[in-house]
Design a protein around this ligand. Sequence first.
Ligand SMILES: Cc1cc2nc3c(=O)[nH]c(=O)nc-3n(C[C@H](O)[C@H](O)[C@H](O)COP(=O)(O)OP(=O)(O)OC[C@H]3O[C@@H](n4cnc5c(N)ncnc54)[C@H](O)[C@@H]3O)c2cc1C
Length: 459
Amino acid sequence: MTAPHPTPDLFALSEIQGPVLRPGAPGYADEVTGFNLAALHTPDVVIGATSPHDIVTALRWASATHTPVAVQATGHGANYPIDHGLLINTTRMTDVTITPETRTAKISAGAKWRHVLDAAAPHGLAALTGSSTDAGVIGYTLGGGLPVLGRTYGYASDLVHSFQVVTPDGILHETDATQEPDLFWALKGGKGNVGIVTSLTCDLLPLPTILGGGIYCAGEDAEPLLTTWAEWTRHVPEEMCSAFTLLRLPPIPQIPEPLRGGFWARVAVAWTADPAEGEALLATIRDAAPVVVDTVEEMPYAAMDRIYMEPQDPLPARESCSLIRELPPEAVRAFLSHAGPQVTDFPLLMVGLRHMGGALSRPPRAEDAICARDANYLMEAVGVLAAPPAAEAIEQATTSLHHAMSPYGTGHTMVNIHGTPGNAEDRARAWTPEVLTRLRQAKKTYDPNNLLRYGHTVA
Ligand SMILES: Cc1cc2nc3c(=O)[nH]c(=O)nc-3n(C[C@H](O)[C@H](O)[C@H](O)COP(=O)(O)OP(=O)(O)OC[C@H]3O[C@@H](n4cnc5c(N)ncnc54)[C@H](O)[C@@H]3O)c2cc1C
């Protein structure tokens, strides 16, 4: 039997402006619940931070009481439950300040990409969001941030100038490429290992519109569509950002007709140059198989959620990824034999391949902890954990798909989409051995007592 956790002395937290709640208190459940309902957190105490000062106070208390600390903005990256210690909820810290003259944004800990896109759009500016603008800017960027427009502009963390971060000793640091460069390095791709970020400042892009959307064919046409897409991605310019996805959609009202309840093979695209040129390139994809739904159009950048149509409502999900070096015809066959139309009762909601390369393969302007520059594709798999038999089937299908694709992979994952971190060997897959060694050194320097031990940590 596990010993009950001692009741923490919360007196020192009384100067925190936001709520400080113990299990059972009114509001506790709302404070700990995030997007991934598979991870139901039950920390000994949760605080709703309203400012960097609240985070400093919380970390000083945690350091003095040796209490482990976790942080959550949206819960998009919550892959397993936090069952003790302190959880810092940053959802109240959503300030976004745009400086149009320098084309930069200062973004607070709890802001989602939606907040940034809405603030930047009136200035004709865009930010390097991923496939869902509902994800938090900080958690996403700390994992490198693989943007929809990554082939054209690189990783989101490439555009970061500075972070404001509180280390577990409760000290607030301003770090950039020249001030505490090791801390800055570890925050760009090293995830939440070394501190709690209260804000970051990054570049924006002058990009009011893009050509984007999804080309949907019947799932049964996956083979010609994927074969054509794989070949096409070897030649398209960096301005073409795309992904191939197999979607087995449930018949729920949140999914629009005619996609609702269907099995689809989709190529999602975002083209960042002259729309007419982009349309010409897309002819190859549209000719590959009969197109059932085509949503590609010139759109305001702020409407880019239409491209991937990621779920917006919380759900219990199991995600995973592998970085793929090349997609020769035998890799296409391996992918389809494990996830294609012939696989009846395939239990995953979506499996896909995002095209990488281009600017994602170039060195960053300041060195970082990202280890995906040698990959040309990212394969991701997402299942919805409805009930235990489904969970087992999802686990099996996920494992055998990744195994089948491993001959074509780099052996690594991208930390943002790694899914539930397992043992040390599994966690290590998100970084190269050299980066992992340096990250462990940074962890020793900034979090010697391993207070930040939740999430994808390396101690
Ligand atoms: C639908 C969907 C689409 C996605 N698309 C993409 C994509 O296109 N590209 C991509 O790269 N990723 C993508 N992701 C993964 C996403 O980037 C990660 O889940 C990321 O962790 C989300 O950050 P969050 O703050 O929203 O999540 P949270 O669950 O709130 O946080 C996750 C982790 O981030 C860290 N973290 C969060 N805030 C802080 C902070 N203030 N200081 C220190 N650490 C912090 C912590 O380690 C925390 O455990 C997607 C996820 C989903 C669910």
